[in-house]
Design a protein around this ligand. Structure first.
Ligand code: TNX
Length: 489
């Protein structure tokens, strides 16, 4: 028999016989938010509009681990018990994956599941700077990620090509710095109301938004608004893409050429303004300052800048977060969270930089580029995607890695979690997002949620379970590519 099509794989699952629960005559009772989520899910999947009433019970129980739930299905009823609202929501997502046809009927097989996450931080990142993605697209991505029990949405809100969030303290950022995108695509930005709407929508799906303003590199667009804060572009670092010109929008895909003026106090007035306003708009605990690929900034200038910028964020009562290069900075604010984007088998100083966050009281989020960068090509003939992180990233490569062994001597409790970034140099639409993110986002979700690889969690089981999700993803409008690695059913 095929395994149940559950991704991420639950911590504990038992099929309790051949019986199944028929949905046609069921009612729903209990927690109103979870009931609404369940009704919407079942309506999308089956067309059934379940009334209030007996059959499916949504309850809360104190005491289990955060975000955990228990699901019991028999021929006569379904009971979902959540330790908290998120747990209940995840129980509903599991039910959505279990729905199947039995002849003319829609049924849920009899099971008992006890489930809770391995990591508290289970993230996706969307780059809205290289190509701008509107609120509707971000909502759709939130729905997709939350259905796989991911709980963090990292928004990469600024880069050389554009600044994407309106700020009252610095209106020129979007007035002058948001019009461009890669290859002449339309630019754009979020108003403050747009951003609040994203944060609220994410919260309704139990996702926390982590906003990033990338500095001191990746700041060409800042120079369009405030030329006095920007160094002249360093063009000898450019290996790919067109050459930037100061004062003109950048539509290429080169990296590392821009820098803020690190020894000018006006730069820190700017840093304080933008992160203060961001802190006010953002309920979550983390603000990301970027810090990657600052090839146009001398190492000692980089260290000076990152120390000060991380202190600004800490002074605002938020936890700073930065790409792993910032681990090289001795006076980084204590507690800063590092995001590792080296390879599964590390090279250079990346693991040393990652460990440095833990040594300063912070933790590490793992985003190994050759495994879960969702912008890497999934197949050699994919029209979308990049290949710099070791060529093609198959679904198997995205799946078959273990977080605790990537960075040597990093304790498991120093790993905050796992995040799958989607950079958008080649990604302009929701269909493009789907084409690259799916099905590999499911691999990231399982690594972040489920117990480590072992007899119960294998590549063979995963590919079969993913194959069973095709019909659900189709009814949810997800344009996933039917990769040959997966036995789609
Ligand atoms: C590297 S990984 C970047 C981004 C690019 C990405 C493309 C990292 C922290 N920076 O600027 O968009 O590669 O895959």
């Amino acid at each position: 028999m095929l395994p149940l099509p559950l991704v991420p794989s639950p911590a504990d699952v038992e099929v309790t016989g051949d019986a199944s629960f028929p949905l046609a005559d069921a009612g729903v009772t209990g927690d109103p938010d979870a009931a609404a989520a369940l009704r919407a899910m079942l309506a999308a999947r089956t067309g059934l509009d379940l009334p209030d009433g007996d059959g499916i019970v949504l309850a809360s129980a104190e005491g289990g681990p955060a975000e955990s739930y228990r699901l019991e299905v028999s021929a006569t009823g379904i009971r979902i018990t959540g330790a908290d609202a998120a747990g209940l929501f995840y129980g509903v997502q599991t039910v959505g994956q279990l729905v199947r046809r039995d002849g003319e009927r829609w049924v849920i097989p009899a099971v008992r599941i006890e489930d809770s996450p391995r990591f508290v931080y289970r993230g996706v990142m969307l780059d809205v700077a290289r190509h701008f993605h509107d609120v509707a697209t971000v909502r759709a991505y939130i729905d997709r990620a939350a259905s796989l029990k991911l709980n963090v949405l990292h928004l990469h809100l600024s880069d050389d090509q554009g600044w994407r969030l309106e700020l009252r303290s610095r209106p020129a950022l979007t007035e002058k710095g948001s019009a461009a995108a890669v290859d002449g695509a339309p630019g754009g930005f979020y108003t403050q109301d747009d951003y609040r709407a994203i944060v609220d929508y994410a919260a309704s799906r139990h996702m926390t938004v982590i906003p990033e303003f990338d500095m001191p590199g990746h700041t060409h667009a800042v120079g369009l608004a405030y030329p006095e804060l920007a160094e002249a572009p360093v063009t000898d670092v450019i290996t790919e893409g067109s050459t930037p010109v100061a004062g003109e929008p950048y539509t290429g895909i080169a990296v590392g050429f821009s820098s803020l003026r690190v020894h000018d106090e006006a730069t820190y007035d700017f840093v304080r303004d933008v992160f203060s306003e961001l802190a006010e708009l953002t309920p979550g605990p983390w603000l990301h300052l970027g810090g990657d690929e600052s090839l146009g900034t001398a190492p000692e200038d980089f260290a000076y800048f990152v120390a000060r910028a991380s202190a600004v964020i800490a002074d605002l009562g938020k936890t700073p977060m930065a790409w792993h290069e910032a681990g090289a900075v001795a006076s980084l604010a204590p507690g800063t969270v590092g995001q590792y984007w080296g390879f599964v088998t590390p090279t250079d100083a990346a693991p040393q930089h990652a460990r440095a966050f833990a040594e300063r009281g912070g933790r590490v989020v793992l985003s190994p580029a050759d495994a879960i960068y969702l912008d890497m090509k999934p197949t050699a003939d994919s029209a979308l995607g990049l290949t710099w992180a070791n060529g093609v990233t198959s679904l198997e490569r995205a799946y078959a890695w273990e977080p605790s062994t990537v960075v040597e001597d990093l304790a498991e409790d120093a790993i905050l979690g796992v995040e799958a970034p989607l950079w958008t140099e080649t990604v302009a639409t929701l269909a493009d997002i789907d084409a690259l993110a799916f099905p590999r986002i499911a691999a990231a979700a399982e690594i972040a949620w489920s117990p480590g690889l072992g007899p119960e969690r294998t590549w063979e089981s995963f590919r079969s379970r993913v194959g069973g999700l095709g019909p659900l993803w189709t009814t949810l409008g997800i344009h996933f590519p039917a990769l040959e690695e997966v036995p789609w059913t």
